[in-house]
Design a protein around this ligand. Structure first.
Ligand SMILES: CC(C)(COP(=O)(O)OP(=O)(O)OC[C@H]1O[C@@H](n2cnc3c(N)ncnc32)[C@H](O)[C@@H]1OP(=O)(O)O)[C@@H](O)C(=O)NCCC(=O)NCCS
Length: 185
């Protein structure tokens, strides 16, 4: 749990294999509410994450994020990362630092997991820039293309502006071409 104003928030860290059917269907509803028309009743978008943070209030899940523990490659260097996926909070409880509290928790988990960087993709960087993330510029990235539960090959694209990185320690994010060694989350 993180410090300060967020200590009273209930945020659970669960491995994906421990998520039961009740929680899975609650998650699917939360994701539909937060990302309308995107998840089509599933609790994941392209692939199940390795773990989740589930934020509860009065017994209900009111926020979540997925965690993908991932080795990526930048030029010839292998980097240990913790990826953040599909962060959301229900509309009625937004702007109360709940997403911030979940991101703080991610930073703690990244430290425990010895992940050098927390990484994510976002069209709107505002929340993340306030929480220690920086935009990676330039960001030439290749990844495994998955669409509608089918693998299509490898995509290479300039994703400058959407890749955000928060260092866990003091190491700067290395420059170079980024191979996600998996799908784009
Ligand atoms: C983005 C989201 C998770 C923020 O949750 P929250 O609990 O309201 O966030 P916090 O209260 O901790 O932080 C609020 C800050 O987030 C930023 N923010 C608001 N909506 C945002 C959005 N859609 N994307 C990025 N940042 C956002 C604002 O800058 C706000 O800061 P401000 O009050 O100074 O303007 C929530 O708005 C949400 O679930 N949106 C729909 C799903 C989504 O777009 N998720 C992001 C995927 S990358």
């Amino acid at each position: 749990m993180s410090e300060g104003a967020t200590t009273e928030l209930l945020i659970e860290h669960l491995v994906e294999t421990s998520i039961n059917t009740v929680t899975e269907s609650e998650l699917a509803k939360l994701l539909e509410l937060c990302f309308p028309g995107t998840f089509e009743g599933r609790g994941y978008f392209k692939q199940m994450p390795h773990a989740r943070l589930l934020h509860y209030q009065d017994g209900a899940i009111v926020g979540q994020l997925g965690l993908d523990f991932r080795i990526i490659r930048i030029d010839e260097e292998l980097i240990r990362t913790l990826g953040v996926i599909d962060l959301c909070v229900i509309p009625q409880l937004r702007l109360q630092q709940r997403a911030t509290a979940m991101l703080d928790r991610v930073a703690i988990i990244a430290e425990q997991a010895r992940a050098d960087f927390q990484i994510l993709f976002a069209d709107n960087p505002a929340l993340y820039l306030q929480n220690g993330y920086k935009v990676v510029e330039p960001a030439q990235i290749s990844w495994l293309a998955i669409e509608d539960r089918k693998t299509y090959g490898v995509i290479e694209r300039d994703m400058t502006g959407t890749l955000l990185v928060r260092p866990t320690g003091s190491r700067p994010f290395p420059p170079g071409e980024i191979d996600l060694l998996g799908y784009l989350f």
